[in-house]
Design a protein. Structure first.
Length: 355
């Protein structure tokens, strides 16, 4: 669900790199690595199109509008309208999807609306692995839709939407990564993003994460698998982006709240998707094997107040100030100490481990 690494797709001309907007929290899948598996009561809702239109005047501030949060964007009945609105405001539009609900007509509508990028979530290079993790998904139908989408692009002689695969690595599926590279080539996708299980909400998920916590060594077998995949990707000319399997000092996490933000289905403005899940606050989070209760972080509601007031509020400025200080001090060998701590909400997030 996290913010994508889209820097390879777009430039850096505007104030914000990306606004991630949650159109719906509904999802037809029961993925074993989802926060819903351990988070308790779920808030199911769709954003009103009128609310989306009301905030669209701000979209020109961002290079990318990612139309996705904790739900499946294809379920949003006004997704085509949302894409068109984003395009009218001069931003790139796209999302990550499980592919559930996609069909030939929907694909053509999305292309005609001008969608710029689509990421497809896979959990295996075979139907057996994928379907056992992304439960209620159909691996073969997903691949068929990807091939059809590429066929339509070829017929229309267009290069958009740019497609990529998002693959969340688990102990149960990491062995499939080399075969995933071959699958990408077969389906006509040139970009793969390998991600880690960031929000851990139950014991099964904790046992499935492949990255090591602080003070623990990396699984050598996992490293070897990724090295094989990297060599295969180079040979097949596939762009493979790997998340680290061990902690790395980072001044600002990959979500980068200095240039990105998240807007929930209810209009709450948060630094990132991991700080505002659609569950009661505080929400459960397992960080490096330890359980924590974390308060949801919102700095205002964009449906009720102007974005400028929210962004420039004292609380939001102080939150970002922690990262600005870390970024500045990073150039001085990143000295440790309380003065260089990230915001309190981020101290138990695996993203701060650079994974």
């Amino acid at each position: 669900m996290s913010l994508l690494n889209l820097s390879k797709f777009t430039g850096h001309a505007k104030t914000f790199f990306a606004w991630q907007i949650e159109l719906t929290t509904r999802c037809p899948l029961k993925c074993r690595m989802c926060i819903r598996e351990g988070a308790g009561r779920w808030h199911s809702k769709d954003m009103l199109l009128d609310n989306f239109k009301d905030i669209s005047g701000y979209f020109s501030k961002a290079e990318n509008i990612i139309l996705q949060g904790w739900g499946e964007p294809l379920l949003y009945r006004n997704l085509i309208d949302a894409v068109r609105i984003v395009k009218e405001k001069g931003a790139s539009a796209g999302f990550v999807t499980s592919g559930k609900g996609l069909n030939g007509n929907y694909i053509v509508e999305l292309i005609n609306a001008g969608v710029d990028f689509i990421g497809f979530s896979l959990a295996g290079a075979t139907a057996k692995t994928h379907n056992s993790i992304r439960m209620n998904s159909d691996f073969e139908i997903l691949l068929e839709n990807i091939r059809f989408l590429n066929a339509v692009k070829k017929e229309k002689k267009i290069d958009k939407p740019r497609l990529h695969i998002v693959y969340l690595m688990l102990k149960d599926n990491i062995i499939d990564v080399p075969a995933l590279v071959e699958l990408a080539k077969y389906t006509g996708i040139n970009d793969i993003i390998l991600t880690n299980l960031i929000h851990v909400s139950n014991e099964w998920q904790e046992g499935q994460r492949v990255f090591s916590g602080r003070g623990r060594g990396v699984n050598e077998a996992h490293e070897e698998i990724l090295q094989v995949a990297e060599a295969k990707a180079k040979k097949l000319k596939i762009n493979l982006r790997q998340s680290s399997l061990s902690p790395v000092d980072v001044p600002v996490c990959e979500e980068n709240p200095l240039r990105n933000l998240y807007i929930s289905v209810d209009g709450e403005v948060s630094p990132c998707v991991y700080l505002y899940p659609p569950v009661p606050s505080p929400f459960k989070r397992i960080f490096c094997g330890n359980k924590f209760e974390t308060e949801k972080a919102s700095f205002g509601n964009i449906f009720r107040e102007s974005f400028d007031i929210i962004w420039n509020s004292k609380e939001y400025a102080e939150f970002r100030g922690c990262f600005e200080k870390r970024l500045k001090n990073y150039k001085r060998l990143f000295p440790s100490g309380a003065e260089n701590e990230p915001p309190v909400q981020c101290r138990t997030c695996h993203k701060m481990l650079g994974v």
